[in-house]
Design a protein around this ligand. Structure first.
Ligand code: SF4
Length: 470
């Protein structure tokens, strides 16, 4: 935020503009320190995630990057301001080792590179990622909370949340112990810990007795581990050579953006190239509400459905609403969009938790069988979009459709303008007589629970981690 809108920050806070620090935090002298620490390259403080009750869905990931910046200057993107020069950063093997030693290993690797394919030596980067344990088919065995916390105690870490974490783990662990003798020994130690003044020291003192029991009964199941270039790879740069390299990795999914309908051929070629190299699961960022038209969004989503069927792969689309990076709210409406149509897309996506799943039946149901149906859905009352099965079942949708289809183009445009108001305003503005009947539908409120039938739109395992910066 400081880099994107320093003037606004200075104005809002009253501090001098020159005191708002912008850019990457690579040099601590800007805050008066005298050392050579590059804050930007320090490992993250993963302990933050352990101190809150909320379970962060991507918590079992290493967060890292191998490159910074992007040489492109897409006008909607914050990266050219945040990271104006492309460069390779610190060694990924060292980054992972440092995290392992400090916090314990993570299952997956989330790389935040903005345009990794710009790197000149992709092969050695992929070699490093394979050496770090993320080659194709990579497996992971969770060392378990006990081993990780004990490692941290030995490193000198002391914190209440570590004690609570290991205590909760041991509480659940007792049911795994099959030997009565071992269970008795285990319980003696665990019960004794309750009165210990220094819990961590008590655990360290009893490690010799406890550790063999944990080792005997802890799960050593091998789990698949994945690597995710979360910000996406540049579809324009994908070719046979670099895909051959990326395919050596446990990439899941491969993320490619499809931000402009004019890049349709380039995008399709990139997907086909990825498919030829064995990639089966693709996640696709789709910018909308920018310079595009609603039909461009529909077409991009439809192209994905066609590619899925043609190639037998799964592309999950993530439509992402454009908001100018200089704005402090997200109310912007693109020149070819209106409030109601943007809200309709968000209503569809709310049902699907932001994802457009790979199946064609889902797509045609949610977005319409053709452009006419799509445009009709954009003007449909929000509740009828969100609780589709319910309102189709009781005939409300059909009644609304019959009324809507009787309107001429001028009336349809006027209706769209009126229903672009917020619902609270809609009640208070004068309603034209010829639209009165259909406008009543926009005040309907669904009062039941979310229907089970709507849940089927939600794909359970689509990895909906959005890019942090685009
Ligand atoms: S959208 Fe992607 S390619 Fe474009 S400037 Fe941003 S990071 Fe680079």
């Amino acid at each position: 935020m400081a880099s994107l809108m320093p003037d606004k920050i200075a104005e809002a806070t009253g501090i001098e503009r020159s005191h708002v620090l912008t850019g990457l935090f690579t040099d601590t002298s800007v805050v008066g320190d005298d050392n050579d620490i590059n804050v930007d390259e320090l490992p993250l403080d993963y302990a933050i995630l352990e101190q809150v009750d909320y379970k962060y869905p991507a918590g079992d990931n290493y967060f890292a990057y191998t490159t910074r910046g992007c040489p492109n200057h897409c006008s909607f993107c914050a990266v050219p301001i945040l990271e104006p020069s492309f460069h390779v950063t610190n060694n990924i093997i060292d980054q992972i080792r440092t995290i392992d030693e400090k916090y314990g290993p993570k299952q997956h690797l989330l790389l935040l590179d903005n345009n990794v394919l710009n790197t000149t030596d992709l092969k050695s980067l992929v070699d490093d990622l394979c050496a770090a344990g993320f080659g194709q088919g990579a497996k992971y065995t969770d060392p378990g909370v006990y081993n990780i916390v004990m490692m941290r105690y030995k490193n000198g870490d002391r914190a209440d949340f570590l004690d609570k974490k290991i205590a909760a783990y041991l509480e659940g662990f007792k049911k795994r112990i099959k030997s009565a003798e071992m269970l008795e020994k285990f319980l003696q130690i665990v019960i004794g810990a309750e009165d210990a003044e220094d819990y961590a020291q008590y655990m360290l003192d009893h490690e010799e007795e406890l550790s063999p029991i944990i080792e005997k009964y802890r799960s050593k199941a091998k789990k698949a581990r994945y690597l995710d270039f979360n910000q996406g790879v540049d579809g324009r740069k994908i070719n046979e050579e670099n895909m051959e390299q990326l395919a050596r990795l446990a990439i899941h999914p491969l993320r490619i953006a499809f931000d402009d309908i004019h890049l349709k051929d380039v995008y399709c070629k990139a997907v086909r190239t990825a498919h030829r190299h064995g990639i089966k699961e693709i996640s696709n960022y789709i910018l909308f509400n920018y310079k595009d038209k609603p039909e461009d969004l529909y077409e991009r989503l439809r192209v994905n459905i066609e590619l899925n069927e043609e190639l037998g792969i799964q592309i999950f689309s993530f439509p992402m609403k454009y908001s100018p990076i200089s704005e402090t709210d997200r109310t912007y409406i693109g020149a070819n969009w209106c409030k109601k149509s943007v809200r309709a897309i968000s209503a569809i996506l709310q049902v699907t938790k932001g994802v457009v799943a790979a199946g064609s039946s889902f797509f045609y149901k949610a977005f319409g069988n053709n452009l006419d149906e799509f445009y009709e859905i954009l003007v449909m009352p929000r509740e009828l979009i969100m609780f589709r099965s319910h309102f189709e079942g009781d005939g409300t949708t059909a009644t609304w459709q019959a009324l809507y289809r009787k309107l001429n183009d001028e009336q349809k445009n006027r209706l769209m303008e009126i229903v672009s108001h917020n619902m609270s305003e809609l009640r208070n503005i004068p309603w034209p007589d010829d639209l009165r009947e259909i406008l009543e539908f926009y005040l309907i409120k669904y009062s039941g629970k979310t229907e089970h039938t709507e849940e089927r739109y939600v794909h359970a395992n689509c990895g909906p981690q959005r890019p942090l910066v685009r």
